[in-house]
Design a protein around this ligand. Structure first.
Ligand code: DAH
Length: 354
């Protein structure tokens, strides 16, 4: 009996994992284990012997079982300790140096433009980037056969087979928001709409997605003179140059009559662009008096109301103001570029501060 005890307590102590421990348990106190076999021998003993050996075997069985339980608990503790050592983490280590994020020039300029036009009484309107071709073209007096549709390198949304309705488009300009905002609020109105627009085009000055800001002012007696004053005020404030000079050049857009493209006086002397001086002109926007058909499409009576509209490239004026040479870099997400041209968070747009 003592040999049995020594043997199994020794093997329990040596068992290195739960599987080994289970093997020891089966060999010792399992149904066919050594202790069980000994118990079977009780039948051959005399009542006196049985009275002695029986309780002793039971005691041995209990002892082995509790030694196994204790060893099992010990193994579990050791495993937990090992895992804790392994997964240890020093939460008192200093954090990694934080890099301040920057505001993208497009966001910054959008804020600046919005602030300046807010001073001039313009509210911000928005429209969807996926448009019906009615809003993007027809309502703006660009009928189906009009060459402007082809010129705009429009992205058309895929249609399901058998769907013969006109396809949706990625809006090619912010002008459809003119129609949507007239529908929503009628006249009089004074809104700008900054936002994303899309055209299939890619080079140093074109990216398939870019940003425009649309302007629309409608009232009973709004004229081209109001348009000129508003745009001059805007450019003076935006470029922060008092002597800014604009040139209104006769042009053509289907949605305005008359139409004008607006150029800004500049110089390229020494290879660097300077605004407000020199003998060159740089085109910055398209504008005009809203075409009566466009007013009509927006549900506004052209016999009573008239107004001006303009459309300007946000990325383009950002490039001019901050001396950024390549439009494509705006959308490359290159951290070095963003750190160089980005703006500090919470930096107020130029006009806000005043
Ligand atoms: N939608 C024109 C474009 O993307 C820009 C434009 C020109 C907008 C004249 C206007 C406007 O509102 O009056 O090229």
């Amino acid at each position: 009996m003592d040999d049995l005890r020594d043997k199994y307590l020794g093997r329990i102590a040596e068992a290195g994992d739960e599987a080994a421990l289970e093997a020891v348990r089966l060999a010792a106190v399992g149904k066919k284990g050594e202790v069980a076999l000994k118990m079977r021998e009780l039948g051959k003993m005399t009542p006196d012997e049985r009275q002695q050996v029986g309780p002793a075997l039971n005691a041995l069985k209990d002892e082995i079982n509790s030694a196994i339980a204790a060893r099992k608990a010990g193994l579990e503790d050791a495993a937990l300790d090992a895992r804790l050592r392994e997964e240890w983490l020093d939460v008192t280590l200093p954090t990694r140096a934080r890099r301040q994020g920057t505001i993208h020039p497009v966001s910054q300029v959008t804020e600046e433009v919005t602030a300046i036009f807010a001073d001039l009484g313009f509210a911000v309107a928005e429209g969807p980037q996926i448009e019906t071709d009615w809003y993007n073209f027809d309502a703006l007096n660009i009928p189906g056969h009009h060459p402007a549709r082809a010129e705009m390198d429009t992205f058309y949304m895929a249609r399901q087979d058998g769907d013969n309705r006109p396809p949706h488009v990625l809006r090619t300009h912010t002008s459809p928001v003119q129609i949507r905002s007239m529908e929503a609020t009628g006249a009089p109105t004074r809104i700008i709409c900054p936002g994303r627009v899309y055209r299939a085009d890619y080079d140093q000055t074109h990216t398939p997605m870019f940003h425009q800001v649309e302007g629309l002012a409608i009232d009973r007696d709004i004229s081209m003179a109001n348009l000129k004053w508003v745009l001059e005020e805007f450019c003076r404030a935006f470029f922060e140059i008092d002597g800014i000079e604009l040139r209104f050049r006769a042009s053509h857009f289907p949605f305005t009559e008359p139409s004008a493209e607006v150029d800004i006086r500049c110089s390229w002397e020494g290879g660097t662009l300077k605004l407000g001086e020199g003998d060159d002109w740089l085109e910055i926007l398209g504008s005009g008096m809203v075409h009566p058909k466009v007013l009509q499409a927006g549900g506004v009576d052209p016999e009573v109301w008239q107004g001006f509209a303009f459309g300007m490239g946000i990325d383009r004026i950002a490039m001019l103001k901050y001396g950024i040479p390549d439009l494509r870099a705006f959308f490359d997400s290159d951290l070095r570029w963003l750190r160089h041209y980005g703006f500090a968070a919470l930096q107020a747009p130029a006009r806000h501060a005043g």
